[in-house]
Design a protein around this ligand. Structure first.
Ligand code: LLP
Length: 421
C-alpha cells in the first residue's frame, strides 16, 4: 500500500497534487512519500518486535539525505556499501553505532574512515579483507567488530543480475568453509567476531529461499558457538520483493518474513539485523515525466517521454516492469491501445515498456512510473548530458525539493580543459 492515489481525477502524492509539483519543478522528477516510507519501515519493525533487532535500511536503494533522515528518525540504522554512503549517513545525522558496512571490495581508505568515525560492524566478505581489517585496526590500536558474510549456496529465484547467494556469485565466503574462516578470524587480535551475515539476493518473491538460507545460518551459529565463538548478532540481509505489477503479484508480507526469522533463528537469542532497501523505498517513489510526442510507427505507436534510461535504468538493465499511469485519471471505460513507451536517448535500449496497454494520451500529458523509489534516482546518470532529475519529498500537504536539477553550466563546468588545448 502506498500514498499515491487519484483524488477527483488527479494523482496525488499524499495531500499534494503531482501536477502541482510538476508545474513548480518541471519534469522529469522523482517524488517520494514520507508516509509510505514510514509505513514500510514500521511493517518491518513490527514484524521483528518480539526480537532484539535493528533495521539497517540498505541506503543503496535511495540515499538522499532527506530519506535517510526520515528513516533514521523513525529508528532505522543504515547498511552502507561505500565510503560515500558512510559519509552520507553521517551527514544525515545517523549515529555511527547504527551503521553497518557491507560490500565485497572495501578499500583501506574506507576501512580506515569507518574505524576512525565509528561503526556498528563490518560485514567481512573474504579472508584477504579480514587480513587488511585486522592490520589497519592494529595500526590504529582499535578492535574492529565483524560478522563474516557467508554464501549459503541458495538459489534466490530472482533476476540473475541481483542474485547473490549462489556459489557462483562473488559474495561472501562459502558456508562449507565457514568454520575454518571463523577460526582464522578468531585468532586475529584486532577483530571481535560477533556474528554471521547473509544476503542472498534482491526482489525475492518467495520466502522459501530465505528459509533455507536462515536454517543454514542457524546451524552454523550453533557450530561456531561449539567452536568457542561468542555469536551474538545475525545480520540476515535484505531482499524482500515488492509488487511491481499491481494486479497479480503478491510477494510475501514483512509480517510473515518476521515469523520466518523467529522460526529459523529465534531460538539462538541473537540480536537480529536486517537490511531491507527496496521494500522500504520502492513503492514510496514515482518518477513523473511529460509526454513530448505520440508518434505513429509502421506497426506500432510510440509514446516519447522527456524521461529516459539515464533517469530510470531498471527497464533497460533488468527488463524490469514498472506500472505507468497517467497523472490525470482516465475516465472509466476510456479507450486504450498498445504503445511502446520510450525516452529520447539515442539508443534502442531506451525503452521503458513494449506493447503496453495505455489509455490514449497526448503530447503534454504527464505520466508516472510507479515503484520507482528504489534503485531509481540512485542509479541515474548524466548520459547524453542530461541533468540528474530533481528529487522531491512530500510529507502530508507539504513538499520540498531534496535534490535540485543542476543547470547545464553546473554540469558542463565540472569538466576541466587541459592547458595544452
Ligand atoms: N544488503 C545487501 C548486502 C545488498 O547487496 C542489498 C542489495 C540489500 C541489502 C538490499 O536489498 P533489497 O532489500 O533492496 O532487495 N539495482 C537492482 C537491485 C540491486 C540490489 C543490490 N543489493 C535493481 O534495481 O533491482
Amino acid at each position: 500500500m502506498d500514498y499515491f492515489l487519484y483524488r477527483n481525477g488527479s494523482l496525488y502524492a499524499e495531500d499534494v497534487a503531482v501536477a502541482d509539483i510538476a508545474a513548480a519543478v518541471g519534469t522529469p522528477f522523482y517524488v517520494y512519500s514520507t508516509a509510505t516510507l514510514l509505513r514500510h519501515f514500521k511493517l518491518f519493525d513490527d514484524a521483528l518486535a518480539d526480537m532484539d533487532h535493528l533495521i539497517c535500511y540498505a541506503m543503496k536503494a535511495a540515499s538522499n539525505q532527506a530519506i535517510i533522515k526520515t528513516l533514521a528518525q523513525a529508528g532505522a540504522g543504515m547498511d552502507v556499501v561505500s565510503g560515500g554512503e558512510y559519509a552520507r549517513a553521517k551527514a544525515a545525522g545517523v549515529s555511527t553505532d547504527r551503521i553497518v558496512f557491507s560490500g565485497v571490495g572495501k578499500t583501506v581508505d574506507e576501512i580506515t574512515t569507518a574505524l576512525k568515525g565509528g561503526i556498528r560492524q563490518f560485514n567481512v566478505e573474504s579472508e584477504p579483507e579480514m587480513v587488511v581489517l585486522n592490520r589497519v585496526a592494529g595500526e590504529m590500536g582499535v578492535i574492529a567488530p565483524i560478522t563474516v558474510r557467508v554464501n549459503p549456496d541458495v538459489d534466490a529465484k530472482t533476476h540473475a543480475k541481483i542474485a547473490t547467494g549462489m556459489s557462483e556469485n562473488k559474495f561472501g565466503i562459502p558456508i562449507s568453509r565457514a568454520r575454518k574462516v571463523y577460526e582464522t578470524a578468531g585468532a586475529m587480535p584486532h577483530l571481535d567476531v560477533i556474528g554471521i551475515d547473509v544476503h542472498i539476493g534482491s526482489q525475492l518473491t518467495d520466502l522459501a529461499p530465505f528459509e533455507l538460507a536462515y536454517q543454514k545460518v542457524a546451524e552454523l551459529a550453533e557450530q561456531l558457538r561449539f567452536d568457542g565463538h561468542d555469536i551474538r548478532r545475525l545480520d540476515l540481509g535484505g531482499g524482500l520483493g515488492i509488487p511491481y505489477v499491481q494486479s497479480n503479484e503478491a510477494p510475501p508480507l514483512p509480517a510473515d518474513y518476521g515469523k520466518l526469522i523467529e522460526r529459523t533463528v529465534g531460538h539462538l537469542g541473537c540480536e537480529i539485523e536486517i537490511e531491507p532497501g527496496r521494500l522500504i523505498a520502492g513503492n514510496a517513489g514515482l518518477m513523473v515525466s511529460e509526454i513530448i510526442y505520440v508518434k505513429s510507427g509502421e506497426d506500432r505507436d510510440f509514446i516519447i517521454l522527456d524521461g529516459a534510461m539515464n533517469d530510470l535504468i531498471r527497464p533497460a538493465m533488468y527488463e524490469a516492469y514498472h506500472e505507468i499511469i497517467p497523472v490525470i485519471e482516465p475516465v472509466a471505460g476510456a479507450e486504450q491501445a498498445l504503445f511502446d513507451v520510450v525516452g529520447p536517448v539515442c539508443e534502442t535500449g531506451d525503452t521503458f515498456a513494449k506493447e503496453r496497454m495505455m489509455p490514449l494520451v497526448n503530447a503534454g500529458d504527464l505520466i508516472a512510473f510507479r515503484s520507482a523509489g528504489a534503485y531509481g534516482a540512485v542509479m541515474s546518470s548524466e548520459y547524453n548530458t542530461r541533468p540528474l532529475i530533481p528529487e522531491v519529498l512530500v510529507n502530508g500537504d507539504q513538499y520540498a525539493v531534496i535534490r535540485a536539477r543542476p543547470t547545464f553550466d553546473e554540469m558542463i563546468n565540472r569538466d576541466t580543459i587541459p592547458t595544452w588545448l
